[in-house]
Design a protein around this ligand. Sequence first.
Ligand SMILES: O=C(O)CCC(=O)C(=O)O
Length: 259
Amino acid sequence: MTVVHSHITQLNELGYVALPGFMEPAFLARLRAEVDTLFEKEGDLAGSEYKQEPGSQRLANLVDKAEIFREMILNERLLEYVRLVLGSKIKLSSLNARRVTPHWGEVQPLHTDMSALPDEKGYWVCNTLWMLDDFTPDNGPLRLVPGSHHSGQLPRDVLPDPKAVHPNEVLVTGQAGTVVVLNAHTWHGGAANRTDNSRTAVHAFYARRDKPQQLHQKQFLRPETQTALSPDLRDLLALDDSLNDQLSSKVNIRSGFMK
Ligand SMILES: O=C(O)CCC(=O)C(=O)O
């Protein structure tokens, strides 16, 4: 285990930890270039495998779309953090990108990913947010309520207005290249972008092995992609896991807040 003690404490107590400089500059440049190319190529269809969201552009099913995405989900240093939240048995749930439109004044409602609440075995959703741009207070950073993963409640059930500023919320800012590990039961959402520039992040979202994937990877990865995967990737994507097929193939794709 290489995770420093203070990060373990922060993740346990606050529900998130930011890792500045996690991406090497060359990796960040490659990732940005790939994401830009895909947004350009997919145009109005971008994100349609998942959900399209007013005020932001999305990309979905990224594991299928370039080698760099397969590299990032298997990053062992990152997976150590994910296992701190979910335990040893994990799988990828989905891999998306989200670009917030300039001057988009709306915030996302506070939510937990997949509207998930911890169960008797504990936490089952963990997101990692890869900053491709600097996140500033004004350009649509992540907002979250530290410690809310302990509440056992969904914001929509207990807040009069999940879009309103929460008295305890913090904005998670950082330089491009930062990765934020988020216990995704923590109440969170994207904030408003009041600047002239877009803000982009990739979300590598993981789940505990006994829960559904957000995007059933086996259904969405092309056969030629599946054939070329290493055994470690096949395992992380749960491609040879009949329990995962039962859990994930029939569920509607579940966002924490989008219909
Ligand atoms: O991109 C972000 O800042 C967070 C987005 C988010 O929470 C979501 O789309 O569910």
